[in-house]
Design a binder for this molecule. Structure first.
Ligand code: SAM
Ligand code: SF4
Length: 336
């Protein structure tokens, strides 16, 4: 029978990729309904099916003890989860974790930026697809741009080491805002990543293939005004980065379609229901919730399941915008 000493102190999969990064989805709920992420009518999971804050903390601890040094909290909108700050405080105090970070839509940041910083979050990603209030509302269906801008200001004041804006680039939706968004981050000393829309879950707003804008098209637009100097820098995520000379700004591109990043994949995800998902674009998974609930407090069993999961991490995703989505999970359940 396996014991604690038989467990490795790092996670390595069949393709010799070291897994050092976990994205934890803490809720599938959200105060926005972004058109590329959710349908207008969403049914959310019943409370009993989602991991409790204690269960989430145990999952974070198990990964940290297996050599994971970066955890990103995401969702849904993580900051709408009741008492989520307790989780940040617990995870922020974990030994071995170099980085605790967060992806948020920014709607709650005006009141939560400072406590997050105090809990040990040093870098955050804030999603922003438009600087025009009307259009922002169309894309998010309900979002208030001014509230998000106030959140970004609060984050700047709270003293995060790095703030990165995430923008999903969409043809005829926000392609005319690529340059203004770059100016916005340059003015504030922030970074920005442009994301190609991924076919996750059925949506009713648009045909994904029609609004698809490749990272190369976005980069060409930016080059009309700024030089983009390639860097080998990485933040441990899938972005490829460029620097804009004489500014502190890095521009990243997350390009699942045009530049497959699977070969260097170092991450796994845990869904809101506690499914350890080995690849964003495939269904290979392990049910951690069952272990947490069948064997409460059994850290060894949890860690054994995580170690064993490395044998089913797939080589890569198989996204195809022309086909019907094969992945029925919305990004909000998986954790973006
Ligand atoms: N609610 C938070 C937010 O919006 O930042 C965190 C969760 S959200 C699912 C994380 C990121 O995924 C956001 O930057 C969002 O723009 C992106 N996203 C959502 N659905 C997507 C899709 N179908 N393709 C590409 N990116 C998507
Ligand atoms: Fe909510 Fe984020 Fe999805 Fe927008 S992208 S609906 S803010 S979870």
């Amino acid at each position: 029978m396996a014991n604690a000493s038989a467990l490795p102190d790092t996670l390595v999969d069949r393709f010799n990729r070291r897994v050092s990064y976990v994205r934890l989805s803490v809720t599938d709920r959200c105060d926005f309904r972004c058109v590329y992420c959710m349908s207008e009518d969403m049914t959310f999971l019943p409370r009993s099916e989602i991991l409790s804050l204690e269960e989430l903390a145990a999952v974070g601890q198990a990964f940290a003890e297996l050599g994971v040094d970066k955890i990103r909290i995401t969702g849904g909108e993580p900051l709408v989860r009741h008492n989520v700050m307790e989780l940040f405080q617990t995870l922020g105090a974990l030994d071995g974790l170099k980085e605790l970070t967060l992806t948020t839509n920014g709607s709650q940041l005006d009141r939560m930026a400072e406590p997050l910083r105090e809990a040990g979050v040093r870098r955050i990603n804030i999603s922003l697809d438009s600087l025009d209030a009307e259009r922002f509302r169309q894309i998010t269906r309900v979002g208030d741009l001014n509230k998000v801008l106030a959140g970004i200001d609060a984050a700047c004041e709270a003293g995060f080491e790095r703030i990165k804006i995430n923008t999903v680039a969409m043809k005829n939706r926000n392609d005319d805002e690529i340059l203004p968004l770059v100016d916005f981050v340059v003015d504030r000393g922030m970074d920005i990543s442009f994301i190609e829309e991924m076919p996750l879950g059925e949506i009713d707003d648009h045909d994904r293939a029609e609004v698809y804008m490749s990272s190369d098209e976005v980069a060409d637009l930016i080059r009309q005004r700024h030089e983009l100097v390639p860097t080998t820098e990485t933040t441990g995520g899938p972005s490829r980065y460029f620097r804009i000379p004489e500014t502190g700004t890095r521009v990243g591109f997350i390009s699942p379609h045009s530049h497959n990043f699977c070969e260097s994949c170092n991450r796994v995800r845990v869904t809101t229901e506690g499914r350890l998902l080995l690849c964003l674009g495939q269904e290979h998974s392990v049910d951690l919730r069952q272990i947490l609930r069948d064997k409460p407090g059994d850290m060894l069993a949890l860690k054994q399941a995580i170690v064993a999961s490395m044998d089913i991490k797939p080589r890569g995703h198989d996204f195809n915008l022309q086909a019907k989505p094969v992945i029925f999970r919305h990004m909000s359940v998986t954790g973006g």
